[in-house]
Design a protein around this ligand. Structure first.
Ligand SMILES: [Fe+2]
Length: 349
């Protein structure tokens, strides 16, 4: 009897984020498990909880960038007290995702009571501040030069925009002045300019017309596909020029992704909440980064009867780690997205 042939491994080579030409390659060998790597272009996982508290100790401490590229950065923020200054990013849109905590976000078009699982889309030039913190906020912020918009694929089945997207409630709550002056920090790229006022610029009486700031909670995004082999991740946000996309990748009835090259997009995934793990990831706020073109598979997403929630940023920009990102990063294997054995081996040696 001849030896039985191993089950073939199916690889997908995709252009334009699976929308362009796709090539299926069949091999005997399973390739995502590299032994070790030398150089900088490697997949990583980030543990934001390992960021030192001193990064946020200063009164004017701002979010810390972990990854950045031309026109985009991925930033982490931790906030345990209200801000006594406002903030406006005039050159980039900001999509905030609340990993944990509760608080009140005052914006120049009203107030939002924010909780874990919320996405808050703050377009460029909108002034805001954290008005009250009920429970320490940790959040991930996607900062993009491209204009972001809520653009749910498959709505209303995936997300009922009429029911589950809301906007701030107009308010007149004053902030806390410092020495009788109200400060607004304007961010322009990597620089900051402060303006000072004798009146609080943020409260408003009403806001009419197109929604400016919008919010949805990840619990209202439905996994697609009732049967095994169901549909792929649901797009939630798109951008001008189709540069950046945000997808909901939570657990769902689907086949495990094939081994694949996403040749034109970097992939950044935020594991948002359990209770079940996703592959080797079980801590809310864990971020994975697979630079474009690197072969990977990623864990099974159909984990029924368990459940987890996660979301994905796809960007055409070429991301690199910042120094702060490097501090909290670990080499990642691309099968289950665990810390790579070569790093674990080095730690134990
Ligand atoms: Fe992927």
């Amino acid at each position: 009897m001849p030896d039985e042939l191993p089950a073939p491994n199916i690889e997908n080579f995709s252009r334009n984020g699976f929308v362009g030409p796709n090539t299926t390659i069949i091999r005997a060998q399973y390739r995502p498990r590299f032994l070790h790597a030398r150089g900088e272009y490697v997949p990583r996982r980030f543990h934001p909880w390992e960021l030192s508290g001193s990064a946020f100790a200063d009164r004017l401490a701002l979010p810390v960038a972990i990854l950045e590229g031309d026109g985009i950065s991925i930033e982490f923020n931790r906030r345990s007290a209200a801000q006594d200054y406002g903030y406006a990013n005039v050159l980039a849109d900001e999509l905030h995702y609340i990993i944990s905590g509760r608080g009140i976000l005052d914006t120049e078009v009203g107030t939002l009571e924010v909780r874990a699982g919320d996405f808050v889309l703050l377009p460029r030039a909108v002034t805001y501040r954290w008005g009250e913190i009920a429970e320490e906020i940790t959040e991930l912020i996607v900062v993009t030069r491209s204009q972001l918009r809520i653009d749910p694929e498959g709505a209303p089945a995936t997300l009922n925009v009429d029911l589950h997207v809301d906007r701030p409630v107009p308010h007149g709550r004053p902030g806390e002045p410092v020495d009788g002056e109200y400060e607004i920090v304007v961010r322009h790229g990597k620089q900051f300019t402060s303006y000072f006022y004798d009146v609080d610029p943020i409260p408003c009486l009403d806001a009419i017309g197109a929604p400016l700031v919008q919010r949805l909670n990840i619990e209202h995004v439905n996994g697609l596909g009732a049967e095994k082999g169901g549909l792929p991740p649901a797009r939630l946000f798109g951008s001008t020029n189709d540069v950046d996309f945000i997808y909901c990748t939570s657990s769902r009835r689907s086949d495990r992704p094939p081994v694949h090259h996403n040749a034109d997009f970097d992939e950044v995934i935020c594991y948002a909440e359990g209770p079940s793990p996703w592959g080797a990831i079980d801590t809310a706020g864990t971020i994975t980064w697979t630079p474009k073109g690197l072969l990977h598979q990623g864990p099974e997403e159909d984990i029924a009867p368990g459940r987890y929630r996660s979301w994905l940023v796809e960007t055409r920009a070429d991301l690199t780690m910042t120094p702060a990102g490097r501090e909290i990063s670990h080499l990642m294997e691309t099968d289950q997205y665990g810390i790579h054995p070569s790093e674990l081996g080095a730690a134990q040696a």
